[in-house]
Design a protein around this ligand. Structure first.
Ligand code: GN1
Ligand code: MG
Length: 341
């Protein structure tokens, strides 16, 4: 449902009772939550409505975030953290009468997000920043962090969702997606092999895409790691993999023209070097030996998730045109196959 400016101001007033002159700018890069930049007099904030279909327990997200902020501060993490603002009732979430959950966060001035890396230096810097974030979270016991979405990066579980979607999908979508369905099925033995790896459970970010790094305006320095909603126990290969998935491609995630989708090996080298420069010393041999396959797995699982959503008629990821989830899946499969060469 589209909100009016008056409704948005009423929400802001729960955080800033005296706010008068506010302006709102939609920030549209995410696929799940609804996000606005709010300017209140001379200050800027991020206002967000959490998608409760995807995140049924928003309070758990806020409890995890608070633990992460507290931990990073105690460890003297040298970057900005996402300390949420409190409402006048002293809670991190404002719940509307229609059970929407809203939160406000700091907006860091003079920063930008990138939808794709422009050079290998940026890929190195962003990968090093995500690696550093993980490095500082290393002493936070995974058991203290709540599971936000069970089986989020569990490939076997994602495969079972895909299998169910295949049973329930309508004929037309099955026909449209027949080549991609086949490509994914052909990769099942690879997934089965990967599922046998013994990987440590760590506190991970779980959405390390390029747009989740705030860069300084010169696009050279990483200022903050953002989007902490999926921080939960996971594997380091998932975080490394999402860096590779989004930093090494030459095209947008939903690019229709596959001839524009190139897996850039020199970017891969930069991502690996950057990531290992920070968190490298903490990795086990199994983790180190499987970085590239781990990244291929993340890309394949992402293809499977987009294709599952296409077959289920776009109930999970926001779409702005028909066939967008199918294009996203094709795009990921293209990267997966190029990485094999
Ligand atoms: C979703 O909403 P956003 O853009 O932060 C998704 C990620 C996917 C990503 C694909 C909770 O993230 O897992 O990798 O889209 N988040 C959730 O771009 O499903
Ligand atoms: Mg996210």
């Amino acid at each position: 449902m589209k909100l009016t400016e008056k409704q948005l101001i009423d929400i802001v007033k729960n955080f800033f009772p005296d706010a008068k002159d506010c302006s709102f700018t939609p920030l549209t890069s995410g696929h799940i939550n609804e996000t606005f930049r709010v300017d209140i007099e001379n200050e800027s904030y991020v206002l967000q409505r959490l998608n409760t279909t995807v995140f049924p327990n928003p309070n758990a997200i806020m409890r995890n975030a608070l633990k992460v902020v507290t931990h990073l501060k105690s460890e003297k993490y040298p970057h900005q953290t996402l300390q949420a603002l409190v409402t006048k009732d002293n809670t991190f979430l404002y719940q509307t009468s229609t059970s929407d959950y809203w939160r406000m966060m700091p907006f860091f001035p003079n920063t930008i997000t990138l939808e794709n890396t422009e050079n290998t230096e940026q890929a190195y810097t962003a990968a090093a920043a995500f690696g550093e974030f993980l490095q500082y979270l290393d002493d936070l016991p995974a058991a203290e962090i709540e599971i936000i979405i069970p089986n989020f990066h569990n490939a076997t579980f994602r495969k079972s969702q895909f299998d169910t979607a295949l049973i329930n999908a309508n004929e037309s979508r099955l026909t449209q997606a027949k080549n991609e369905i086949l490509d994914i099925k052909n990769a099942f033995p690879f997934l089965a092999r990967m599922s046998k790896l013994e990987l440590p459970s760590r506190v991970t970010h779980n959405d390390t895409k390029i747009s989740n790094i705030l860069f300084a305006e010169d696009k050279k320095k990483a200022v903050a790691v953002i989007d902490w909603d999926t921080i939960m126990p996971g594997t380091i290969l998932s975080d490394f993999g999402d860096c590779v998935r989004t930093f090494c491609t030459s095209a947008a995630e939903d690019e229709k023209d596959l001839s524009k989708v190139k897996f850039r090996e020199e970017y891969y080298a930069a991502v690996e070097k950057g990531f290992l420069s920070t968190v490298g010393k903490l990795l086990t041999d199994v983790e180190k030996d499987n970085l590239r396959d781990g990244a291929r797995q993340v890309i394949l699982v992402q293809a499977m998730r987009f294709l599952t959503d296409y077959l289920e008629e776009d109930i999970y990821y926001k779409v702005s045109r028909e066939g967008q989830n199918l294009d996203r899946a094709r795009n990921q499969l293209e990267l997966f196959q190029q990485m094999d060469k």
